[in-house]
Design a protein around this ligand. Structure first.
Ligand code: SF4
Length: 45
């Protein structure tokens, strides 16, 4: 799958400190993942 075209821009505003995460900068994947767990991602806390 092609990488997210917004990734670099998203990373500039990402407050998440969990560095090894593969979803970092791919906000749709990040939100979907945390939503499935009943959580909010770091940027929504
Ligand atoms: S908030 Fe969660 S899914 Fe999003 S980048 Fe951080 S650890 Fe990854």
């Amino acid at each position: 799958m092609a990488d997210c075209p917004n990734k670099e821009k998203n990373l500039k505003n990402c407050p998440c400190t969990y560095e090894p995460c593969s979803r970092k900068g791919k906000c749709c994947e990040c939100i979907s993942y945390h939503r499935s767990l009943g959580q909010k991602p770091a940027c929504m806390k």
